[in-house]
Design a binder for this molecule. Structure first.
Ligand code: AMP
Length: 364
């Protein structure tokens, strides 16, 4: 089985690593010359919009998937006319636009923060009046890791936020005083088979994910079931095949959907060691039409993202799984991650404290 992957960053790398065990071969399309997935498959180095390159890329592939959600949907549609592509171009179209995503959630009865879109300034003012401060002003597209967002807390912030972002499609949503941020990773096979992992608790700093704890502590069965039901409905309505991640704000026992990623997700990296089947393997199983693997837990996991330069003590930390992405370190860039798996949450917390104390990793 030969799998094509659009994008060859660390997600492509970890997909290909998981696929080796399934006897799969890989080809990547990525405009970058230095790719994290180097050595794990062929690399067509070209723009995603280059039709000749798309033609070269799809030759002899059994299935195409993507690890990067900002690939042009037109290129994915072009490929889907010639080779099976999963998740579908429609899933990608919805997931690329935060407004489409929010509308899709709302139509399916998945609770979301109040939101409103606008174009002209008077419509923006009207939307602000309707939602009420504080709000988050967000770009509809190409926002990730908190980029392209402004929190408007008071009247005095409105002018600057508008000046900063105006000119690109925007929307606002109510600022949610959440207790925690959690994500659900789920996978759906070609035959509709569905599996999910336990909700994961996520900690961000400066908009970037720093730490994930799986399973998220103190989640009731009812909340877990509701999150899974939401994911199942979203996937069924989009004819979705592969891994989907949905990020939620947890307020008491209420789940408000923030956004979804139509691909394997950073908050699922712990599953390489912490689950019976990793998100990477199950994504490949799904898109290739293979039976899905069990998603049982091997204990309590913590995944620490390593941003920029990795302190050397971290890479050799005992009883930890270190994954280096083979990228040139740059400030703010995800360069590696570390996973700890323990048999109790207390022990996991203790080990996280030791790790932070000894290595100077910033607290989350
Ligand atoms: P996003 O890029 O939408 O995932 O947002 C990045 C981070 O900003 C989230 O992980 C939250 O911590 C925060 N955030 C986004 N939207 C809201 C909101 N409506 N209310 C409060 N915090 C938010």
């Amino acid at each position: 089985m030969k799998v094509g992957i659009l994008g060859a960053g660390q997600l492509g790398r970890m997909l290909a690593e998981a696929g080796k065990g399934l006897g799969m071969e890989f080809r990547f399309l990525d405009p970058a010359t230095e790719i994290s997935a180097r050595g794990l498959g062929e690399h067509v180095c070209a723009a995603f919009e280059d039709v000749d390159a798309l033609d070269e890329f799809r030759e002899g592939l059994d299935v195409v998937t993507y690890e990067f959600e900002n690939v042009p949907v037109e290129s994915v549609r072009w490929l889907a006319e010639r080779v099976p592509v999963h998740p579908s171009p429609e899933a990608l179209r919805v997931a690329q636009d935060r407004l489409f995503e929010k509308r899709h959630f709302r139509e399916l009865g998945v609770a979301v923060p109040p939101f409103a879109d606008f174009f002209f300034r008077d419509e923006f003012n009207e939307a602000l009046r309707r939602i009420g401060l504080p709000v988050v002003l967000k770009t509809r597209r190409f926002g990730y890791d908190g980029k392209g967002q402004r929190v408007i807390r008071a009247e005095a912030d409105i002018e600057q936020a508008w000046k900063d972002l105006y000119g690109i499609p925007l929307f606002i949503e109510g600022f949610v005083p959440f207790d925690r941020e959690v994500s659900l990773l789920a996978v759906r096979g070609r035959n509709g088979e569905f599996r999910a992992w336990p909700l994961v608790e996520n900690h961000h700093r400066e908009g970037i994910l720093r730490l994930s704890i799986a399973p998220a502590p103190a989640i009731s069965e009812a909340v877990q079931r509701r999150a899974e039901a939401h994911a199942k409905r979203v996937m069924e309505t989009l004819g979705y095949v592969g891994v989907l991640a949905i990020e939620f704000f947890l307020c008491g026992s209420e789940l408000l959907a923030n956004e979804m990623a139509p691909r394997v997700h950073n908050s699922g990296h712990w599953s390489i060691e912490g689950s019976e089947t990793s998100q990477f393997e199950n994504h490949l199983r799904a898109v290739a039409g293979l039976p899905l693997g069990p998603t049982g837990m091997k204990g309590h996991s913590a995944m620490v993202n390593l941003i920029g330069e990795t302190p050397s003590a971290v890479s050799s930390w005992p009883n930890a799984h270190f994954h280096d992405y083979g990228k040139k370190p740059r400030a703010g860039r995800k360069a590696a991650h570390l996973t700890l798996v323990e048999d109790s949450l207390d022990r996991l917390r203790g080990r996280l404290d030791e790790l932070k104390g000894a290595t100077g990793l910033p607290a989350v």
